[in-house]
Design a protein around this ligand. Structure first.
Ligand code: UDB
Ligand code: ZN
Length: 185
């Protein structure tokens, strides 16, 4: 299983590379990687397991964060009154997006970043995405709110981009034109 010691931190070269497309049918080790990424985000949100194994609770994890430069990530996002939004995305793409933007008013963090970096991270408010599942089947989804923000954060990891790259260095809390702020509940 993936533990915090397996998650690479800021400064590691894997976080700054463009990750490689994944071929189908999935190799055994790629299927295992998919399972492990999704298992991490699920386990990390289980109070007992997160305490037992010292996992930082996360809603998304991308393959480059475990030093695997492949275009794969997992999301597991609790939704009030609904089942969690939970999936692995292989070779994901944004096929269309809103003009409207959004940002977490509390800013973003990252499982690979052990410090607070303040500031607004502009994201598209709504996206339509395409990706492949572990069976090599293509799927599409329309995402908004936290799922849209998290998807863009993870997709950035596959392109060597960190959330703080998007923060205005001189004025981290500068108004973002056309953006609807998103409060974490
Ligand atoms: C996270 N979690 O998992 F708005 F219920 C972050 C960490 C870095 C703080 C653990 C998070 O933002 N949780 C969250 C946010 C809400 C409401 C809520 C829970 N990641 C994943 C990561 O680092 N992947 O590479 C950070 C991103 C998730 C969305 C934006 C930042
Ligand atoms: Zn991250």
């Amino acid at each position: 299983m993936i533990l915090m010691k397996n998650i690479v931190r800021e400064g590691h070269p894997a976080l700054r590379k463009r990750a490689q497309e994944v071929p189908f049918p999935l190799a055994k080790e790629d299927r295992k990687l998919c399972d492990d990424l999704l298992e991490y985000v699920k386990n990390s949100q289980d109070i007992e397991l997160s305490e037992r194994y010292g996992l930082r609770p996360g809603i998304g994890l991308a393959a480059p964060q475990v030093d695997e430069s492949k275009r794969i990530f997992a999301l597991h996002i609790p939704e009030t009154g609904k089942d969690p939004l939970s999936f692995v995305a292989i070779n994901p793409k944004i096929i269309s997006h809103s003009v409207e933007k959004t940002y977490l008013t509390s800013g973003e963090g990252c499982l690979s970043v052990d410090r607070d970096v303040e500031g607004y991270v502009p994201r598209y408010a709504r996206i339509t995405i395409k990706a492949y599942d572990t069976d090599g089947k293509e799927f599409k989804k329309r995402l908004k709110g936290l799922p849209a923000i998290a998807f863009q954060h993870e997709l950035d990891h596959l392109n060597g981009i960190m959330f703080f790259d998007h923060i205005d260095k001189k004025s981290p809390f500068k108004d973002i034109p056309n953006a609807i702020p998103f409060d974490r509940d």
